[in-house]
Design a protein around this ligand. Structure first.
Ligand code: GLV
Ligand code: MN
Ligand code: MN
Length: 414
């Protein structure tokens, strides 16, 4: 049952907000470079807070830098409806990833503010810190700590590739709030997001409602060989860490075909030391990202891979260590909320389908502590984490309208 069935978001206002936000950290090819806790992240947060204050929201920043903006309801003793996403981006990433969920929620709040809609429950908008995990592992750090699934001290102590510490960088941008990052009761959590893959485009649908998010495991691999002169060291006397890494990276790439099902595996981050034309590489660090709906398969895949990587390291005379930097369980969204979002989509005239998300989202942690659901809109060409990531403004509007009615339905519940 939809409340205020004729109510719709203001598509032009949403478009303008998305464009203004995309100006922050804009890259020449149309993307954004807004790494967590960077100067650009600060600028994006400042803009968001100014917009939240314009509609009279009560702002709270916690000691993970998560930003909450609360709009009271009739009964403020009731747990709120929470909705949002993230404003940080992958390096040279897309302008929709995360921003659509935050600014889509802002547009919902602007719409109900302008129409003086009174809801039974409070509605809280959230911008989670460091969803991407590219600068500081792991991903979804703000929501993970807030949900009590990650250790705050460990996250605060994380270092980026330049050795800069998370907590120092959070303080530097002025977003280490005084409120402890700690979950509060949530009636329902919503996150609107671009799909970031090809399912909706290929299926000719406007809205996707994921029933869950695949399990994600990240590891860091550290290899140590021996540096020596590239001209004088015979080929059979080398302990070349980069050659060991090259062989290992191909093994990671070949793993999904061996394991079957919907597994994907990626090496996306690599450092080579000393990285000089005429020096045999001494040490290499690279990352492994393994994802699958079947978590047991991830565990088995990792065991097999470890044995195989150890063999390569031995053969190439290198030492080999790994460190897990993320282990996110598969998450399932709330069926009632998912069904409701499907119904809302259909009643608004948007063709919709249920699916599974291969991308991680803050909703994965929220689903562990509250009823949660997501709304996906099509990504043109199935592209994301790239500057060319794109979604039509009509589809953004559709996602925001489904979000509006999803939030309203939950916020009207007594
Ligand atoms: C987050 O963007 C992820 O899926 O890695
Ligand atoms: Mn995202
Ligand atoms: Mn992302």
């Amino acid at each position: 049952m939809r409340h205020l069935p004729d109510l719709r978001v203001n598509a032009e206002r949403l478009h303008n907000a998305m464009e203004k936000m995309a100006d922050i950290g804009a890259t020449p090819a149309g993307g954004v470079h807004r790494l967590a806790l960077s100067a650009e992240d600060k600028e994006a947060r400042d803009l968001l807070i100014a917009w939240l204050e314009d509609i009279g929201l009560e702002i709270i920043v916690d000691d993970m830098g998560n930003i909450f903006g609360k709009r009271p309801g009739k009964n403020n003793k009731l747990p709120p409806v929470l909705s949002g996403s993230h404003l940080d981006s992958a390096p040279n990433g897309g302008r929709f990833d995360g921003a659509l969920g935050v600014l889509g929620t802002l547009e919902v709040l602007r719409t109900i503010h302008e129409k003086n809609v009174e809801t039974e429950r409070p509605i809280v908008i959230v911008n989670w810190t460091n969803e991407e995990g590219c600068r500081f592992h792991p991903a979804m750090a703000g929501s993970g700590v807030w949900s009590d699934r990650l250790d705050k001290k460990k996250i605060h102590d994380q270092r980026d590739s330049q050795g800069r510490i998370f907590i120092d960088e959070l303080q530097k941008i002025g977003y280490k709030g005084t409120t402890p990052a700690k979950r509060f009761p949530v009636h329902a959590y919503f996150e609107c997001h671009n799909e970031q893959g090809p399912v909706l485009v290929n299926g000719g649908k406007v809205i996707g409602v994921p029933r869950g998010i695949v399990g994600v495991r990240w590891k860091k691999v550290f290899l140590k060989g021996t540096a020596n002169h590239a001209g004088t060291t015979p080929m059979n006397a080398r302990k070349d860490a980069l050659c060991a890494a090259a062989e290992m990276i191909l093994k990671v790439n070949e793993l999904p075909a061996k394991m079957g099902q919907d597994m994907v595996a990626t090496v996306g981050e690599i450092d080579n030391f000393p990285n000089a034309v005429n020096v045999i590489p001494e040490s290499v660090h690279f990352s492994i990202d393994l994802r699958c709906w079947n978590e047991d398969l991830i565990a088995r895949a990792w065991d097999q891979l470890t044995t195989s990587l150890e063999k390569t390291a031995r053969k190439r005379g290198c030492t080999f260590e790994t460190k897990e930097s993320m282990n996110l369980s598969r998450s399932s969204f709330n069926e009632t909320l998912c069904d409701r979002l499907m119904e809302i989509s259909q009643s608004l005239g948007y063709p919709a389908l249920k699916m599974v998300s291969g991308a991680g989202h803050d909703a994965a942690y929220l689903a562990q502590i509250a009823p949660a659901a997501m709304i996906f809109v099509p990504s043109i060409g199935g592209q994301s984490h790239v500057e060319s990531e794109n979604t039509t403004w009509e589809d953004c509007e559709a996602g925001a309208n489904v979000l509006l009615h999803g939030i309203l339905a939950s916020a009207m519940e007594k």
